[in-house]
Design a protein around this ligand. Sequence first.
Ligand code: 3VV
Length: 239
Amino acid sequence: MLGHIARSLGRLQLLQSSLPSIRPVSTMALWPFSSQPRDFSQPNSTWSPEMCKVYDHYNTLCDTDTENKERKRAPWRKLPSYNRSIKYATGGIHLSKMIKAQARLFTRNIKEQGATFEYVVFVNKEEKRCVCVFQAGHLLEGAPGYVHGGAIATMIDTVTGTLAGFLSGPIMTANLNINYRNPMPLGSVVLIHSALDQIERKKQFITCKVTSTDESKLYTEATALFVSISVDHLFGSQN
Ligand SMILES: CCCCCCCC/C=C\CCCCCCCC(=O)SCCNC(=O)CCNC(=O)[C@H](O)C(C)(C)COP(=O)(O)OP(=O)(O)OC[C@H]1O[C@@H](n2cnc3c(N)ncnc32)[C@H](O)[C@@H]1OP(=O)(O)O
């Protein structure tokens, strides 16, 4: 997805002329960060044994580097998760400064680990689907003891949007339709399954189901529509 953003950047003459210079990150002489960006989807001490178990399960299905540095091909891929992904795309550091520099991804903006959204997304490109393992923290309360419907909607938007973006490049949510079937206790670990239903011109239709980790209980069902955008769409209504 970030590659798509970079390619879109390359096509935008208007943008290019307003940027000092865009060079691939790998050739930058002065990398402005002292350390690697933090990948928020790495396991941490607040992850429950259930969260760790499901994470390990999907992780073993993923592409890995073998001991002799060869890439073992596998159908699944774990996506990294940053608090401002655009910043780490090629040329994105300039774009990140131009679009509300203080902005941070809604689901990754709290320092206290485990308090809100702990999640990791695994994507299967061949099958055009993904699975997110989500642990809902105590600051996400809606009805007493249960996860807020807006927090669940946020995760559904994030996961379906990640899949649409991974498959098609820059997108925005046009429509989200949610049915809440069972209340989700705070602290739950759930799976958010998303799959591409169909593509029509700029439109990607995605289906989504939120279940218990053994898939026996259905919490939420949703459908989402994403529309592909060009990067200049992001500048359309900026003040
Ligand atoms: C951007 C980069 C993404 C990359 C991310 C980086 C790395 C990943 C990191 C972390 C992953 C996190 C992932 C998060 C995901 C969350 C995303 C959001 O929350 S987005 C915020 C909420 N959404 C809005 O604010 C949209 C507001 N609306 C708009 O801007 C426009 O209306 C837009 C883009 C949706 C469509 O505008 P038009 O001008 O491009 O396209 P038109 O011509 O209007 O529509 C195209 C087709 O779509 C249909 N359409 C449009 N809106 C529809 C609707 N609401 N319902 C049904 N159809 C609709 C139209 O009828 C048309 O269909 P026909 O091709 O003619 O068949």
